[in-house]
Write a protein that binds this ligand. Structure first.
Ligand code: TUI
Length: 331
């Protein structure tokens, strides 16, 4: 079989398989792929590009003021006819407002992070919203299933931003065995090999964050995108373990200063003060030295900036090829 025919065969095979996928059926999407709800970076433009590419694009509510967030939701509606999501960061003082906006605008899917989402589930489930919490432990996964979650994102500590303790490799199979609802694997996944591995671990879908910073439709500053393209395997660091808010970012002067303060047991308020405003300066203004460049361990695997739809298609083509190759040759 010639190269192009082989490729066609893979594509057809993958799309046939995905027709029966639980996440695709539940959400009415083509590929069981979520784009992570990354603060500052996950805008309506990015979410719509991912949804138009057949995945589930997700707007990050983060700490966005409600009037601006409402505009983002309306913008996503204008840019895509397909389902999209809103990520509600539960540590944020604006999380209740974000929940009300999801209700008002009937956002089809809501993911939550960094906390216990009982109130979000209780408010939105009766409206028919699909609620999918991000969890980092088996206990939390079981709890949200009982509370009525439709699925969970099991996020390993390879991920960027606020993380738990377990790796994706250990977390996903344990959660997949513990719950009956579908599981979406996150953390350390940026290509088709990661997707194939996630399915082998028992996941029904995947969430990619870092990979989508480096896409054309992401508003992150070019400095940040270029830093990710150049990053290698050990270029992220986790700070904030001592304050109870561990966060993974690209290493820079800011992470070194966090490490120094933590090593010296500086007061928690002083450590937390250092982080104020740093996400904006890093992600939007491109300050590579003092900005907070939240990114996962897959940074070393992200080597180019491409359109979202192309990333999604290539990742699933590659996953199909990987799975076929393993079953045919075991290579
Ligand atoms: O939430 C994320 N990633 C984030 S949030 C964020 S903004 C932020 N900035 C500074 C400090 C803290 C946050 C940047 N990145 N991912 C989802 C996620 N949720 N990862 C881990 C968790 C999590 C952790 C503990 C969820 C629940 C939880 O506790 C549940 C319990 O049982 O207490």
């Amino acid at each position: 079989m010639g190269q192009s025919l082989t490729a066609l065969f893979f594509v057809k095979q993958v799309s046939e398989v995905l027709k029966n996928n639980r996440i695709c059926k539940m959400l009415g999407i083509e590929y069981p792929l979520f784009q992570g709800g990354m603060a500052w970076a996950a805008t309506a433009e990015l979410a719509a590009a991912v949804s138009n590419g057949g995945g589930l694009g997700i707007i990050a509510a983060a700490t966005t003021p409600p009037d601006i967030l409402e505009q983002e939701i309306l913008k996503a509606r204008a840019l895509t006819d397909r389902p999209f999501g809103l990520n509600i960061m539960l540590l944020s003082p604006t999380s209740a407002d974000a929940t009300e906006l999801a209700a008002k605008h009937r956002v089809p899917v809501v993911t939550t992070g960094a906390g216990v989402p009982g109130r979000v589930i209780n408010r939105l489930k009766p409206l028919g919203t699909i609620v999918i919490p991000v969890v980092a432990s088996v206990a939390h996964a079981k709890r949200v299933e009982k509370q009525g979650a439709d699925a969970v994102v099991a996020e390993g500590m390879e991920a960027g931003g606020h993380i738990g303790e377990l790796t994706t490799m250990a977390l996903v199979p344990q959660i997949a065995s513990a719950v009956g609802i579908p599981v979406i694997a996150a953390g350390g996944i940026a290509d088709g090999r990661g997707v194939a591995a996630a399915f082998a671990l028992g996941a029904n879908g995947v969430q990619l964050g870092t990979r989508f910073i480096c896409c054309m439709e992401c508003i992150a500053h070019d400095n940040f995108k270029q830093a990710l393209v150049e990053a290698r395997d050990r270029d992220t660091a986790v700070t904030g373990r001592s304050t109870g808010h561990p966060v993974r970012c690209l290493r820079n002067k800011l992470t070194a200063e966090f490490e120094r303060l933590e090593y010296e047991h500086a007061p928690v308020e002083e450590i937390e003060r250092l982080g104020v405003g740093k996400m904006r300066s890093g992600i939007i203004e491109g300050d590579l030295e003092w900005g907070s460049l939240m990114a996962g361990q897959s940074s070393g695997m992200v080597n180019d900036v491409r359109p979202a739809a192309e990333i999604i298609r290539d990742v699933f083509d590659e996953a199909g090829a990987v799975l076929r190759n393993i079953s045919a040759h075991g290579e």
